[in-house]
Design a protein around this ligand. Structure first.
Ligand code: HEC
Length: 124
């Protein structure tokens, strides 16, 4: 089962890299920083250098989630929906994200999910 999930995630990662995951209608947004830069400069502060989470910040570990789970979380966080993968509302993160966006630390959901998975996932 784990293998299947890994293969599926790799396909998604490849699609993201080759750009065919993007819908032709989506407008092109240019981001000031790469996901790695955004993570290092903002997310790491609460989620740790390796996505291991920080108890004192109440920030959960994000190093065990697969790309799709991360995408759903990040989508909820950015669009203000209900958590689909964890059933939490991500209210804290939504608030954080708004502040980060205001400072120019915006990111592409797919690119950030792939970055977090590839850089930190401990189960892959
Ligand atoms: C000020 C501290 C803080 C910063 C900065 C921060 N987070 Fe969070 N994050 C949290 C907290 C607290 C939660 C749990 C509560 C929630 O989901 O609202 C969370 C939840 C999450 C979740 C959902 C995890 C889960 O299991 O539900 C993801 C994914 C996430 N953050 C990614 C990021 C990314 C990517 C960044 C950088 C752009 C970031 N966070 C920056 C504190 C932070």
């Amino acid at each position: 089962m784990k293998k299947v999930i890994l293969i599926v995630s790799s396909i998604f990662a490849l699609m993201a890299l080759s750009g065919c995951g993007d819908s032709p209608k989506s407008k092109t947004v240019t981001y000031k920083y790469t996901p790695a830069e955004v993570y290092k400069e903002t997310c790491a502060h609460c989620h740790g250098d390796k996505g291991e989470g920080k108890v004192e910040k109440k920030a959960p570990a994000i190093n065990k989630k697969i790309v799709q789970e991360l995408e759903m979380d990040l989508f909820d966080i950015k669009k203000g929906g209900l958590g689909q993968s964890t059933a939490t509302e991500h209210e804290v993160m939504e608030h954080n994200m708004q502040k980060l966006t205001d400072k120019g630390y915006d990111y592409d959901i797919n690119a950030m999910a792939n970055y977090i998975f590839n850089a930190f996932n401990i189960n892959k």
